[in-house]
Design a binder for this molecule. Structure first.
Ligand code: T5A
Length: 228
């Protein structure tokens, strides 16, 4: 099948970063902003996004695969991603609908690879298999001191009167989260054309504006076309 010329193609944007840095909040805000510019877009998340991938998400985040080791978990995340790409991401992009994903392949490289100790060979292989040519056009890396991010999540839970229950990865030690942050930053350094690092240590409105500045400049030709 012939691919649409690059200028006409819908864009695929991913959000990455450590726990609680504000990805979900900003994915929702960017979706609304794009829709206000008459861009058709959907938001999704990883692990998950499709019924099969959501089943894998529950399995992993309940800690049921923890004893299998980081290598097996990387394979599970890739299996979920393969379904997500083939059933949701690729069809939407092919229909001209932009896709915003809360986490994607960089999370496997950062969590299971750079922090969990799984070698590049397996991570590279899984990436080729699961992405099937659908690399993101832009990745927003939200960066923040993990201790401050945890405090933010805990304060918000306290305000809302909710108990703070961590999933499988949120329960790791602080030192592990510091290495995770370094992992994401090294992925950004190695992929300077695709990744933009933005400080997440700012309020939701300021962060939304910083993200919009990047997106609107990167895809200026497409946004001005639809505004006209
Ligand atoms: N994982 C995932 C892997 O190990 N390998 C993989 O390949 C993949 C894909 C997913 C877990 O799986 C791991 C990574 C994760 O551990 P998840 O629940 O999706 O689990 O985890 P997170 O992505 O970390 O989701 P969180 O909801 O915890 O964090 P977000 O989305 O970064 O943050 P958000 O937007 O929910 O905000 C958190 C809190 O902060 C407030 C919000 O209101 C909320 O209370 N907030 C702000 N407060 C102040 N200032 C701001 N700018 C704020 N933005 C949000």
């Amino acid at each position: 099948m012939l691919e649409a010329p690059i200028a006409n193609r819908a864009r695929f944007i991913t959000f990455e970063g450590g726990e609680g840095v504000g990805k979900s909040t900003q994915v929702k805000r960017l979706l609304q902003k794009l829709q206000r510019h008459a861009i058709e877009a959907v938001r999704t998340r990883e692990p998950g996004g499709t019924p099969k991938a959501e089943a894998i998400r529950s399995f992993i985040l309940q800690g049921r695969s923890e004893s299998w080791g980081a290598g097996a978990e990387a394979v599970l995340f890739a299996a979920a991603r393969l379904d997500h790409v083939t059933q949701l991401i690729a069809p939407n992009l092919a229909n001209g609908t932009w896709v915003l994903s809360d986490r994607f392949h960089d999370s496997t490289r950062a969590y299971q690879g750079l922090t969990g100790g799984v070698g590049d060979k397996l991570i590279d292989m899984l990436e080729r298999l699961a992405l099937d040519g659908h690399a993101p056009d832009l990745t927003i890396m939200l960066d923040m001191d993990p201790e401050a991010a945890f405090k933010r999540v805990a304060d918000r839970a306290l305000e809302d009167g909710l108990a703070l229950t961590g999933d499988r990865f949120e329960k790791e030690e602080l030192d592990w989260h510091i290495r995770l942050r370094e992992g994401f930053l090294s992925i950004a350094r190695n992929n300077p054309d695709r990744c933009v690092v933005i400080s997440a240590a700012q309020n939701e409105d300021a962060l939304e504006a910083a993200i919009w500045d990047v997106v609107s400049k990167r895809f200026a030709d497409l946004l001005s076309e639809t505004q006209a």
